[in-house]
Design a protein around this ligand. Sequence first.
Ligand code: GLY
Length: 424
Amino acid sequence: MHVLVIGSGAREHALLLALRRDPEVTALAVAPGNAGTAAVADQYDVDITSSEAVVALATKLGTDLVVVGPEVPLVLGVADAVREAGIACFGPSRDAARIEGSKAFAKDVMDAAGVRTARSEIVDNPAHLDAALDRFGPAAGERAWVVKDDGLAAGKGVVVSDDRDAARAHAASLLDSGHPVLLESFLDGPEVSLFCVVDGETVVALLPAQDFKRVGDGDSGPNTGGMGAYAPLPWLPPGTVEQIVAEVVEPVAAELVRRGSSFSGLLYAGLAMTSRGPSVVEFNCRFGDPETQSVLALLGTPLAGLLHAAATGSLAEQPPLVWNDGAAVTVVLAAENYPGRPRVGDAIIGAEADGVLHAGTARRDDGAIVSSGGRVLSVVGTGADLTAARDAAYALMGSIRLPGAHFRTDIGLAAAEGRLALDG
Ligand code: GLY
């Protein structure tokens, strides 16, 4: 099978490594990729937001399966164009990708499907902002205000704060730049990322994971695209994944089919485990980053066969997934000043070791690997349990040098120490 992966992050690096382990895969390509993925796949520098460019590349390469990593090409309809060209594509249509591209659409689908989620209001008129803020957050007896960009913002459009001025300033700046704002009630409880391979009404859940969105240890500082993740979740009671599939993912998948926007690809449910049960924080229309790096490190089932089955309508006939025992921990190395404007162009020492997955990296003319983005790379450690996986990940991180870079030291720590539990 010839497979083309679209994207350039550590998520795509993890997808490529998992695809390469599948004996069915005879050729692997990536567009545009990064300095690390160049060692795994043939690399092509095309504009991945252009349907024409992606279809032309997939056709030229004789591709059997295109796997779209990031949300932006999906929201723009790249998967539709690939399918229209007669090539199997893992990734939802533009219509179905609205589950991530428009939070208002996602809320409407969840309402219709009877799925528990935060109370919310869209504000698109600055004159209505103060009254709306009074209906949320500490003003309404909740722990914090949750202010989101209604569109795509790579995880950085969200501010969760008990400081009304900070919440208001974020909302006002979004409105000033013409973006509608979504205000949500605060959902208490540990978060779970559950990735499901979905084709129409068929849902196959992967291992549950947890990611760490704040930049600093102890969940301090601003939100980021994700600073680390681990899988599986030892504190999650048995049967919870099945409960989330039955109460959340299957009803949403069925509602999308009912609306004529059937989902085919990876449906990512981000949930808070509240005292009332799992409640949806957000849906994404693609694999999450950095959870994918941990989840795929434990997958025993050949990945290309699974994704091809979803892309070609035979997911329901697939055997149950096989998982390796143990745990996986991913820690993200971020450039100085990330999630603000990152420092780039510095040489990275140790970036070519096994278990290092590249994101914001590039190969300089002199052969050095240099930083080129905010989240520079992920290290992945596996082990018999979370403690062993953490030790492996942090030992690997200790061998990497990048001036000014930072990472969290507490990824998976509370779970490894048994300090996470569900209320009620
Ligand atoms: N892990 C967060 C995301 O992928 O959006």
